[in-house]
Design a protein around this ligand. Structure first.
Ligand SMILES: Cc1cc2nc3c(=O)[nH]c(=O)nc-3n(C[C@H](O)[C@H](O)[C@H](O)COP(=O)(O)OP(=O)(O)OC[C@H]3O[C@@H](n4cnc5c(N)ncnc54)[C@H](O)[C@@H]3O)c2cc1C
Length: 404
C-alpha cells in the first residue's frame, strides 16, 4: 500500500494533505509537525494576533477532528531526524521510525539568527511561531524602547504594531532604504514616510557593531557610527534561511533551498518539496526562484499533491503577497525584479496608489497600496496574459476594465 509522509505541518504541508484526500488518495498519510500545535497560519503572528485582535483558535487551518475524519496521522511536537532512503523510512525525535513510499518535504524557512555568542537572551525576539508571537506581544506593551533590526516586511509590521501600542520604536536597516530586497524605491519611500509620520525612529545605512549585555538581556545596541541606543526589547527580522538539513543529509540537491523540477520533484524520484524550503524553476519568469509567501505554498502544495498521485502538473501559479502596516494594506502581484520602467497611478500622499512594473513594454508586476481595484485588475491581466501598455497604465482617466 502507498504510504505518504509529509514532513512539516505548516502552510504547504497542511495544504498537501488536504489536497491528497480531496484528490481521492486512500492510502496511509502521516504528517510530522515539528511544532506542538496542529497546522496554523503565520501571517497574523505579525499582525492581528500580535495585536491581540485575533483569537488563537482562528489561526488553525482545520479543527483537530478534521485530521481524524480524513484518516491522517498527525504527530505534533515531533521532529524528523533522518531520512533513510535505502529503506524508505524516517527516524523521528520520539524514537519512532515511519516508512514511506512517497515523501514530501515542507520544512519552511526559519528566521536567520544574529551571530551571537549568547544564547537565552530574554529580551531578544525572532518571529516565526505562535509562541514567538505570544512572547513578543506582552513585550510590546511594556516600558522602554523597542529596537527592530531589519526593515523587511516582518520587522516593519512589528514596528507598526509596537508604534500603534504607544512604544518608542527604532528600526535599524543596513541598506539605504527599507524593503530594499523586495520593493521598488517609490514603495520603500512611501513606507519610510509612513513609519516616520507614525513616530518611528528609522535609521537607514545603520549597522550594529555590538550589544551591551547584562543579566541575559541586551541593554543597549552600539552602531558602527558610534551611536548607542538603549533598549528594552529587540526584534530581529533579518530574513529567513530555507530548512534543508534533512534533505542535504539525505543527499538531495540543494541550492538556496531544496532543488525541485517543474513538477516539484527533488533530485530523488519519490521525494518532493514545496513551500518556502523549495527552489523551483518558474516558467512564468524563465528562472529559478524560492518564494516565501502563503499563496505560493498553497499553490505549490496543490500541484505537488497531484503529482505525488501520478499527475505531471507544472507549478506556474501567479505569485502574490500582502502586508498590513498601520492603516495601509499592500497587495502585490507578480515579481517586479528586472523591470525597466515603472508607472505610478494615484498619489502616495493620499495613501492610495499603485506601482506598475514593465519590462520591454510587458507588464511584470503591480504593487497596490490601499488600492484593491488595481490589484484585482492587475491579477486578472497577469493571469490572462492580457497586456497593458505603460501609456495606458499612466493615464489615470483610462478605465482599466476596458482591457477585458
Ligand atoms: C510572522 C510572519 C508573517 C508572515 N506574513 C505573511 C503575509 O502577510 N503574507 C504571505 O503571503 N506570507 C507571509 N508569511 C510567510 C508565510 O507564512 C510562509 O511563506 C508560509 O508559512 C510558508 O509555508 P511552508 O509550509 O513552506 O513553511 P512553514 O509554514 O514555515 O512550515 C514549515 C513547518 O515545518 C516544520 N519543520 C521543519 N523541519 C522539520 C522537521 N525536521 N521535522 C518536523 N517538522 C519540521 C516547521 O516547524 C514548520 O512548522 C509570514 C511569515 C511569518 C513568519
Amino acid at each position: 500500500m502507498e504510504e505518504i509522509v509529509v514532513i512539516g505541518g505548516g502552510q504547504a504541508g497542511a495544504q498537501a494533505i488536504i489536497s491528497l484526500r480531496q484528490l481521492g488518495f486512500e492510502g496511509k498519510v502521516t504528517l510530522i509537525c515539528g511544532e506542538k500545535q496542529l497546522p496554523y497560519q503565520r501571517p497574523p503572528l505579525s499582525k492581528a494576533f500580535l495585536k491581540g485582535e485575533l483569537a488563537e483558535e482562528r489561526l488553525y487551518f482545520r479543527p483537530s477532528d478534521f485530521y481524524d475524519k480524513q484518516n491522517v496521522r498527525v504527530l505534533t511536537g515531533v521532529l524528523a531526524k533522518k531520512i533513510d532512503r535505502e529503506v524508505q523510512a524516517i527516524e523521528l525525535s520520539n524514537g519512532e521510525t515511519v516508512s514511506y513510499t512517497k515523501l514530501l518535504l515542507a520544512t519552511g524557512a526559519p528566521p536567520r539568527k544574529l551571530p551571537f555568542e549568547h544564547d537565552n537572551l530574554t529580551n531578544v525576539h525572532y518571529l516565526r511561531t505562535l509562541e514567538d508571537s505570544e512572547n513578543l506581544s506582552p513585550a510590546l506593551s511594556s516600558e522602554g524602547r523597542v529596537i527592530v533590526i531589519g526593515a523587511g516586511y516582518i520587522g516593519l509590521e512589528v514596528a507598526a504594531v509596537a508604534c500603534a501600542a504607544g512604544r518608542e520604536v527604532t528600526v535599524l536597516e543596513l541598506a539605504d532604504r527599507v524593503l530594499a530586497r523586495v520593493a521598488s524605491e517609490p514603495v520603500s519611500h512611501f513606507y519610510q514616510d509612513l513609519h516616520k509620520d507614525a513616530g518611528v525612529d528609522l535609521r537607514l545605512d545603520s549597522a550594529v557593531e555590538s550589544f551591551d549585555i547584562d543579566d541575559n538581556q541586551i541593554k543597549s545596541v552600539k552602531l558602527t557610527n558610534g551611536t548607542v541606543l538603549e533598549c528594552a526589547t529587540v526584534l530581529v527580522g533579518i530574513g529567513a534561511t530555507p530548512e534543508t538539513k534533512l534533505a542535504e543529509e539525505a543527499g538531495l540537491e540543494i541550492d538556496n533551498g531544496i532543488v525541485v523540477d517543474e513538477h516539484t520533484q527533488t533530485s530523488v524520484p519519490n521525494i518532493w518539496a514545496a513551500g518556502d524550503c523549495s527552489n523551483f524553476p518558474y516558467p512564468r519568469y524563465g528562472r529559478r526562484v524560492r518564494l516565501e509567501s502563503v499563496p505560493n505554498a498553497i499553490e505549490q502544495a496543490k500541484v505537488t499533491a497531484a503529482n505525488m498521485l501520478g499527475d505531471k502538473k507544472v507549478h506556474n501559479a501567479l505569485p502574490w503577497f500582502w502586508s498590513d502596516q498601520y492603516d495601509v494594506k499592500l497587495q502585490t502581484v507578480g515579481l517586479m525584479q528586472g523591470f525597466d520602467d515603472l508607472i505610478l497611478r494615484g498619489k502616495p500622499e493620499n495613501k492610495s496608489f499603485s506601482v506598475w512594473y514593465f519590462k520591454e513594454g510587458k507588464l511584470l508586476a503591480v504593487d497596490a497600496l490601499n488600492d484593491a481595484p488595481s490589484f484585482m485588475v492587475a491579477k486578472k491581466l497577469l493571469s490572462t496574459e492580457t497586456n497593458i501598455t505603460p501609456e495606458q497604465a499612466k493615464d489615470t482617466e483610462f478605465n482599466l476594465k476596458l482591457l477585458f
